[in-house]
Design a protein around this ligand. Structure first.
Ligand SMILES: CC(=O)SCCNC(=O)CCNC(=O)[C@H](O)C(C)(C)COP(=O)(O)OP(=O)(O)OC[C@H]1O[C@@H](n2cnc3c(N)ncnc32)[C@H](O)[C@@H]1OP(=O)(O)O
Ligand SMILES: CSCCC(=O)C(=O)O
Ligand SMILES: [Mn+2]
Length: 509
């Protein structure tokens, strides 16, 4: 075994040896390892230069200097040439964080990001977190600049109560000197006085405490789960809101559980009563992930048009991913006038999860100006990868390589036609800049050599390694390269990697 490197001065022999090995060739990057750490010797032949980006455990090694001015750019940074329908620079919004008024946004296009990784996300099967992990994620969510973080259910256990209280006392009081940013700390409660009291006792220490009181609104839930009539449910919700206010909460949100399967007229009624009782925000949750984007958008539009007082408070969307459309539904809700999105990092949550923060935020950042009337968030998107990695590590819920925005393959190209395009101009096949989501690029271009690669990519890689070839030599090498890739086509996980970030092109027969 040996490595191919620019120091190797015997290209032919190197390549012949390389192609005759009957072992594994690491053909793609390990996201958990920086380029400098890639071994060049050992049981696998490593093409060091195929490593596309310097992924690392971002909490440890995202070293790009903090750039204040780019924090508030409300669209994607350009890739090498600005495509007409994709990422462009927008005018930066003011740097100072706007005053927080629970029921009101600084302007009509502002979309508040309500992160529920530490509450709904933790409800993901197998996703339980320890109190110190929750605290550390909360700190990271603050770096990400989420407007609101829902951090738990204080009424559910003593430990959860203490965790929420600790986050409220710490993260909920850490005001960023330069911008004035401090996250809203939210706790969830059933429509029960003891849950609401526990929520208040836990979050009252935060500068901006908030409660989300939920109640079911669908016939199925009211009949089978709550065993209550519509009138009883309305009364339960309204009295809970009043009770929360009486304790000291200013910011009170009513959540309509299973809103996606609820009667529209009933929703208008309960939302209207909630507003009268003093709610500052409401959400209609597609709790079971049954809605289609048009349907969910239409529901939001209907409720916005037919609920008295709805324009005086904040309308929030909360979507689950059972049919794979949580992001689309969330965006449909925004297009229909919602201005708060309830999301989780990596989309973790009950069953198939929630709308992923990174997808919703990057969709708004990339397309908000073009197809959504200019909606924007103030998320520091450069913290996305760091946050994603931390949540993956702590929950043990790892994302698949093709997971949008944070997957290992998002900025990697395998096929010849795409590689050729990328080498000519990245905007041919990339709509996002890796830097925008906190991925630090290495000097090479995210090209993975494999079965589908073409001459341009192979030539470019060889050039990087110091070999300038004429067409004849290139053709010869390319045909042998192709032979090699025919021997076995299976990509499998790197056994030494803790996640599936490392692809091995295994050519054992
Ligand atoms: C859709 C969502 O994601 S909602 C958030 C759900 N999150 C969680 O459940 C996580 C934490 N949960 C827990 O620790 C426990 O379920 C607890 C402590 C809250 C309750 O535990 P238990 O008292 O043992 O009750 P259990 O969980 O078995 O049943 C839930 C009870 O809450 C009631 N309930 C459910 N939703 C609501 C509501 N919105 N308002 C009032 N009561 C409600 C149910 O009807 C049931 O009451 P019942 O015992 O009178 O039938
Ligand atoms: C209604 S929002 C709080 C409950 C929830 O997470 C859901 O309904 O999906
Ligand atoms: Mn939910």
């Amino acid at each position: 075994m040996f490595s191919i490197s620019s120091q190797n001065n015997s290209l032919t022999i190197s390549f012949l040896s390389f192609f005759s090995r009957t072992y594994s060739i690491v053909m793609a990057s390990s996201l958990l390892t920086s380029p400098g750490m890639i071994p060049t010797t050992g049981s696998a032949v490593v093409l060091r230069s195929v490593l596309p980006f310097g992924f690392s455990l971002p909490s440890l090694r995202l070293t790009r200097p903090y750039n204040k001015s780019s924090l508030f750019i409300s669209c994607c940074s350009p890739v090498s040439e600005k495509p007409a329908t994709s990422a462009i620079d927008l005018k930066p919004v003011v740097e100072r964080w706007p005053e927080y008024i629970p029921h009101k946004l600084p302007d009509k296009n502002y979309v508040r990001v309500f992160d529920t990784t530490l509450r709904d996300g933790e409800q993901a099967p197998g996703g339980a977190l320890t109190p110190p992990q929750k605290l550390e994620i909360a700190r990271q969510l603050a770096k990400l600049r989420v407007d609101v973080m829902e951090v738990g259910f204080p009424g559910s256990s003593e430990e959860e109560f203490e965790t929420v209280r600790t986050i409220a006392k710490t993260v909920g009081n850490e005001v960023d000197e330069e911008t004035g940013y401090v996250p809203v700390i939210c706790a969830i409660a059933r429509s029960k006085e003891r849950d609401i009291e526990a929520a208040w006792e836990a979050v009252k220490y935060a500068k901006r405490p908030k409660i989300l009181i939920f109640t079911s609104t669908s016939d199925i839930h009211m009949k089978y789960k709550l065993k209550k009539t519509k009138e009883e449910v309305i009364e339960m919700a309204a009295s809970s809101i009043r009770f929360a206010k009486s304790l000291g909460f200013i910011d009170v949100q009513l959540g309509c559980e299973d809103g996606g399967r609820s009667e529209k007229e009933f929703l208008c009624k309960i939302l209207g009563e909630a507003i009268k009782a003093g709610a500052t925000a409401v959400n209609v949750a597609d709790t079971v992930g049954i809605n289609m984007p048009e349907e969910y958008g239409e529901l939001v539009r209907y409720l916005k048009a037919n609920t008295p007082g709805i324009d005086d408070i904040l309308f929030s969307v909360h979507c689950h991913n059972d049919l794979g459309v949580a992001t689309a539904n969330t965006i449909a809700g925004v297009c229909a006038g919602a201005r708060q999105v309830e999301v989780t990092v990596n989309g973790i949550g009950e069953r198939s999860g929630n709308a992923p923060l990174e997808e919703v935020v990057m969709a708004l950042k990339c397309r908000g100006a073009y197809v959504m009337d200019g909606v924007y968030t103030r998320i520091d998107t450069r913290q996305i990868m760091a946050t994603s990695k931390m949540v993956q590590e702590y929950t043990g819920l790892y994302v698949q390589p093709h997971k949008p925005i944070v997957g290992a393959n998002c900025f990697v190209h395998e096929s010849g036609v795409h590689q050729d395009g990328i080498l000519k101009n990245r905007s041919t096949y990339e709509i996002l800049s890796p830097e925008d989501v906190g991925v630090v690029k290495s000097q090479n271009s995210g090209i993975v050599l494999g079965k589908l690669s073409g001459r341009h990519a192979v030539k470019d890689r060889l050039k990087e390694l110091g070999y300038e070839l004429d067409d004849e030599k290139l053709n010869d090498i390319f045909s042998r390269f192709r032979d090699l890739t025919k021997q076995k086509k299976v990509f499998s996980h790197c056994p030494s990697s803790r996640s599936h970030m490392c692809l091995i092109y295994d050519r054992r027969m």
